[in-house]
Design a protein around this ligand. Structure first.
Ligand code: GRF
Length: 215
């Protein structure tokens, strides 16, 4: 990947709440990033995050996967919309659809995701429940480039939180979400600043600084 500088364009995909998207936009505003949020695309008309986008004057789009006969045709519609918006970076923020290899290849090196676990532990769904069942003492979240394996791909940064003895899924999820809201904006900013280089399955941050955050 090359270094990229200047005003870049972000397109975000959400499925519902959109709190990570909100954290990124608010951090960008507070820190006055030179960035354009060109649009938010949801796969549900009812995605709550669309309201926040509208409140910020960010264009919203709904492409319902149920309206498409195949994953490929849904993803083709997504690609068309994202490309029309001129995305330099595609941010998956709670987008609960598995993307086709064609989609992932199209956006290779400029497609990132946040996963609510310390990958490679607990890929897939129900991460907090599985972490509690496994008895881990530390849990967290991972921002990574998206590659064809689900919840794989070069890790940009991770944030850890302690697991408390009396945690239930809700308590742990809330603690992890708080660190998600810290690490996703940092990862996006690093991308915008051209500081991320993919080498093999690793991300090298240039110049180096810790890619691990703790609550
Ligand atoms: C987050 O926990 C994220 O890690 C996962 O889905 C959740 C989305 O939350 N992929 P939000 O929509 O950003 O509030």
């Amino acid at each position: 990947m090359n270094y990229i500088v200047g005003m870049l364009t972000i397109v975000t995909l959400i499925s519902d709440r959109g709190s990570n998207f909100e954290a990124i936009v608010k951090t960008a505003q507070n820190e006055q990033w030179p960035v354009r949020f060109a649009g938010v695309i949801a796969n549900h008309l009812t995605a709550k995050g669309l309201d926040f986008a509208r409140s910020q004057g960010i264009p919203t789009y709904v492409i319902e996967h149920l309206g498409h006969p195949t994953r490929e045709s849904f993803d083709a519609a997504l690609i068309e919309q994202i490309d029309a918006l001129g995305a330099d970076l595609v941010v998956l923020a709670g987008f609960m659809r598995i993307l086709t290899p064609g989609f992932i290849r199209h956006f290779a090196g400029r497609l990132i995701n946040i996963h609510p676990a310390l990958l490679p532990a607990f890929p897939g769904l129900h991460t907090h429940k599985r972490a509690l069942e496994a008895g881990v003492t530390e849990h967290g979240a991972t921002v990574h480039f998206v590659t064809e394996g689900v919840d794989e791909g070069p890790i940009i940064c991770q944030g850890t939180v302690p697991v408390h003895k009396d945690d239930d899924v809700e308590a742990l999820a809330a603690r992890v979400l708080a660190i998600e809201h810290q690490i996703y904006p940092r990862a996006v900013k690093w991308f915008l600043d051209g500081r991320l280089r993919i080498e093999g399955n690793q991300v090298k941050l240039q110049p180096p600084e810790s890619q691990l955050f703790k609550l």
